[in-house]
Design a binder for this molecule. Structure first.
Ligand SMILES: Cc1cc2nc3c(=O)[nH]c(=O)nc-3n(C[C@H](O)[C@H](O)[C@H](O)COP(=O)(O)O)c2cc1C
Length: 107
């Protein structure tokens, strides 16, 4: 099984049919668009546009990349749709504030 970087039906099919992997995992494509697996099965031309949001600072970008996608998952958990246009600086600010809140509440 391999997870990481798969965005197109063609790449996933090649990985499986070549015998390199038995199973392909998806993370960010699904937080970006939960219908992606269904679209993959119904349209082989499907390609994920899951972003790698950046503000231009390595440490902050590492936090931002997971936080942006975590915030999409949180929206799905609340029954809201994803917000693919979520602005990276806003996502980063929210991540810093929630990290600070959790540190104060649970430390
Ligand atoms: C919101 C989110 C949470 C994740 N949580 C974990 C985790 O708890 N443990 C882990 O090993 N990887 C975690 N990952 C990494 C993914 O499992 C995956 O390896 C990585 O995102 C690359 O796959 P992708 O290109 O399909 O996103 C997480 C990724 C995202 C986007």
């Amino acid at each position: 099984m391999l997870t990481g970087g798969f965005r197109s039906h063609a790449a996933m099919a090649e990985a499986v049919t070549s015998g390199s992997v038995d199973l392909v995992g998806l993370a960010r494509p699904i937080t970006h668009d939960p219908t992606f697996p269904h679209r993959l099965l119904t349209d082989p031309a499907t390609h994920s546009a899951a972003p790698t949001p950046k503000v231009g600072h390595k440490l902050l970008d590492d936090l931002l990349n997971s936080s942006w996608h975590q915030q999409q998952l949180a929206r799905l958990g609340r029954g809201a749709g994803t917000r693919p246009a979520r602005c990276p600086p806003t996502a980063l600010l929210l991540a810093l504030l929630t990290t600070l809140r959790d540190a104060l509440l649970y430390s």
